[in-house]
Design a protein around this ligand. Structure first.
Ligand code: NAD
Length: 489
């Protein structure tokens, strides 16, 4: 049989990592998983050797060869200079979809939400997590939120394909497109577009803030939730927590060619070395991995054995309840119990049935190239004169007289402060001056268009005034529509 083994890379991790990995591998072995392991070292020891990413080149070779990674949690050392290993791996391997099922195991694991059974599908590469940040003035730092059409379509298609494959009925898209009309609007539009290919799946939209409140309060109402990177990070921890225990939830990070599977919890250093950690989360991650590599019946057997073990009241200390649980087990004996339950179906909890196949969903909608015209420019200024009155800066900028642009006004942290302003509006040292291309028609109301040379002439004029420009942002009209937010909201 050995020629059929699927090679996978594993990392034993830090803290409780080695204990829960040993327990997981024990169950995989007893269930006859057809896997061949390549172990790599990542995490605390590697960071402490002076590798800021926590992963060495030889480990990348293994990951790029096997393309499948089962990862135990690692400890990120305290202090600056260390990069998040997870973010590094997700980006380097193009793992665009983070899949986190959050299920309650009522009445065997204590939960406020007996009917909870939801899956969060989180975009994993973009958003504020692209890691593009700048300190621009003494007082203001900036983080860029990037949302792309292909990125949004890929994750939306993944969510719909996942729902169809797993017999899920509804997808709720959580966004904040009432405020971030362009970025979150683009994400939501991609969702609506892809939804047309999956007419059997019910769709809904919730604004992320009320959506998060609903997850905390009534998670039973959700089936699949699709959301952006930052929102997904936050709501998946809320969902895991309200489901019962962080020690139970596994997660998959899926890309077009590679995938990583892990527990959602960390390395729990406080209980490391005691043999008490719950291995279920990593085991469930391993089950997702088996489905991904096509070993569905082995995955089913393990998952059902885990459910049967929980039903039998055999619990690790994090979910143990006196009078309700039958026996408090350590990490390894819990794994042995799961192994003994292989071939057993749960009777109260719903047995799982997985459909084979790893979801490859990279097809993107073809769009004709857009017609893009430069119709203005925002110039961001670091300006910190005494009293910082918008009027003083506005007067300086009004004096600019060049052919292509008309000065329109100033905002400070997005609030309009010139020509209109309220004395109550607080101003920092970070200003946005908006210049609109002058009309080239007889109608002064028409927005004109300009060129890069016009922009350079404007910047030279700003420089002559002795002002410190820290960034520029081009204003476009795309396919005839203004493609930037207005200063007045
Ligand atoms: P944590 O998830 O390690 O622990 C939170 C709480 O949950 C603790 O009380 C812990 O004892 C408990 N817990 C976690 N897993 C458990 C399990 N399997 N069984 C029983 N109880 C469990 O979070 P933390 O304490 O904030 O972080 C500890 C370390 O883990 C930090 O260095 C952090 O950077 C790292 N971390 C790593 C990952 C990862 O590798 N994916 C994720 C999160 C945190």
């Amino acid at each position: 049989m050995s020629h059929n083994l699927t090679p996978i890379t594993i990392a034993h991790g830090d803290g409780i990592g080695p204990e829960i990995m040993a327990a997981t591998l024990h169950v995989l072995d007893k269930a006859g998983a057809q896997l061949k392991y390549e172990a790599i070292e990542i995490g605390e020891k590697v960071y402490k050797k002076g590798v800021p990413t926590g992963i060495e080149p030889s480990a990348w070779e293994s990951l790029r060869r096997t393309r499948i990674f089962l990862k135990a949690p690692i400890t990120t050392p305290q202090g600056g200079g260390y990069k998040s290993l997870n973010v590094t791996i997700r980006k380097a391997l193009g793992l665009y979809a983070n899949v986190r099922p959050c299920v309650s195991y009522h009445p065997f694991v204590r939960t406020q939400h007996p009917g909870m059974d939801l899956v969060i599908i989180r975009e994993n590469e973009e958003d504020t997590y692209a890691g593009i940040e700048y300190q621009q003035t003494d007082e203001v730092a900036q983080c860029l939120k990037l949302i792309s059409r292909p990125g949004s379509e890929r994750i939306a298609r993944y969510a719909f394909a996942y729902a169809r494959q797993n017999n899920r009925k509804k997808i709720t898209c959580m966004v904040k497109d009432n405020i971030m009309k362009m970025t979150d609007g683009l994400f939501y539009e991609a969702f609506l577009r892809i939804a047309q290919d999956y007419p059997e799946i019910i769709i809904e939209r919730q604004i992320i803030d009320i959506g998060a409140a609903h997850i905390a309060d009534s998670p039973e109402r959700f089936d699949v939730i699709l959301t952006e990177n930052l929102y997904g990070d936050i709501i998946s921890d809320i969902a895991a927590q309200v489901a019962g225990s962080v020690g139970l939830a596994g997660s998959a990070n899926i890309g077009a060619t590679c995938a990583m599977f892990e527990a959602i919890h960390g390395s729990a250093p406080m209980i490391a070395g005691q043999g008490v950690a719950n291995p279920s989360a990593l085991l469930q991650a391993a089950v997702m991995m088996l489905v991904h590599v096509g070993q569905t019946s082995i995955a089913e057997n393990i998952q059902n054995a885990l459910l049967a073990t929980l039903e039998a009241g055999l619990h690790t200390q994090d979910i143990f309840v006196e009078g309700k649980s039958k026996q408090r087990l350590g990490t390894q004996s819990f794994a042995e119990s799961v192994a003994q339950h292989l071939g057993t179906q749960p009777t109260t909890l719903k047995p799982v049935h997985f459909k084979p196949g790893n979801l490859q969903t990279t097809a993107l909608t073809a769009f004709p190239r857009a017609k893009k015209e430069l119709v203005g420019i925002d110039i961001f200024l670091h300006w910190d004169e005494a009293h910082r009155t918008p009027q003083a800066l506005g007067n300086l900028l009004e004096a600019i007289n060049i052919r292509a642009f008309q000065f329109e006004g100033l905002t400070n942290r997005g609030a309009e402060v010139y020509p209109q302003s309220f004395p109550e509006t607080f101003c920092t040292d970070h200003w946005r001056a908006r210049f609109i291309a002058k009309s080239r028609t007889a109608n002064a109301e028409d927005i004109g268009f300009s060129t890069h040379s016009d922009v350079i002439a404007l910047l030279e004029a700003i420089q002559r005034l002795g002002l410190d420009f820290i960034k520029t942002e081009n204003l476009y009209r795309i396919n005839g529509k203004l493609a930037y937010s207005t200063t007045t909201g």
